[in-house]
Design a protein around this ligand. Structure first.
Ligand code: NAD
Length: 270
């Protein structure tokens, strides 16, 4: 089998985990050919830590020489990167899923073409069941997220509403609304609701509740889905990544598992 040429955009927690996995786990089936980051120190540091020395390129050049592009940068650019990759008939994995919610053009292009758009489950479990359920009729889909206050710091909603996270003493409902509102209000925290929306009934119909409390030690995501099939409830208690408390440790693992699924001959799960 030909080796897959991979390019990674965003050399933070997730991008670095993928780069290391390509070197350590998938060295027989994939090559990391290029990386890119707004912050050149980050891309340089990543390249220096790897045995294989991928090129540091601009987004356009990276797309040009890669067969699979992995976006692990930000919601602001994920839609455009996915669009460009699909336009150039390249496969694309998107981690900043929130950036795809308003991008029907990207989803249409992916559906109409022969290349693949991969969206890892990230920090939630149960998308296999949601995908199966959506073949029938889904009545309701809700994501209930519980995060320690520091995991919500800097979110536009927290700033706009002048919420003083330090004053919160017990469990408090901070946000309730549609997934489509949640991705704008909490762009760095709520990719999971975008993934749930895309797998299920869309961002306008998917509901999101966000709680915080100084007593929370982990990021917890619960999914509740009801439909023709019955009821599905999952609860994932995530440990924050040591390098970035806003990213659950399961997210880089999920990205690596998606890459494994792409490269493996045996594919498990829905
Ligand atoms: N799907 C999920 O469940 C899930 C979970 C966690 C994080 N995420 C998302 O995945 C993305 C990466 O997460 P992370 O934890 O690795 O973040 P991180 O902050 O550790 O790394 C992101 C990197 O991308 C770089 N970057 C930002 N904008 C860029 C641009 N326009 N072009 C090139 N590089 C750019 C930054 O400099 C940084 O080095 C984020 O958008 C995050 O919100 C998704």
């Amino acid at each position: 089998m030909a080796r897959l040429k991979v390019g990674i955009i965003g050399c933070g927690v997730i991008g670095s985990a993928l780069a290391e996995a390509i070197e350590d786990r998938f060295s027989r089936s994939a090559d990391l050919v290029a990386v890119c980051d707004l912050d050149e120190d980050k891309s340089r540091k990543l390249v220096d830590s790897l045995k294989a020395k991928p090129q540091i390129l601009s987004i356009d050049k990276l797309i040009d020489i890669s067969e699979l592009i992995i976006e692990a940068a930000s919601k602001q650019v994920s839609g455009d990167i996915a669009y460009k990759a699909l336009q150039h008939r390249k496969d694309i994995m998107v981690m900043s899923v929130g950036g795809l919610i308003e991008r029907q053009d990207v989803l249409r292009m992916a559906e109409g073409g022969k290349t693949h758009l991969y969206i890892p489950s990230g920090a939630i479990c149960g998308l296999d069941g949601v995908k199966a359920a959506s073949i029938g009729k889904i009545k309701s889909a809700t994501l209930i997220t519980r995060k320690p206050p520091r995991g919500l710091e800097g979110a536009p909603y927290i700033i706009d509403k002048r919420i003083d996270l330090k004053k919160i003493r017990s469990e408090t409902l901070i946000f309730e609304g549609t997934a489509s509102r949640a991705v704008t209000a909490f762009p760095k925290n709520i990719n999971v609701c975008a993934a749930l929306s895309l797998a299920g009934i869309g961002a306008q119909k998917t509901r999101v509740k966000i709680f915080t409390s100084p007593n929370y030690k982990t990021n917890i995501h619960e999914i509740q889905v009801e439909g023709d099939f019955g009821k599905l409830v999952t609860r994932t208690e995530n440990v924050p990544s040591p390098a970035n408390p806003k990213t659950s440790f399961l997210a880089p693992l999920s990205a690596v598992a998606t890459l494994k699924n792409i490269l493996d001959v045996v594919k498990i799960g829905t």
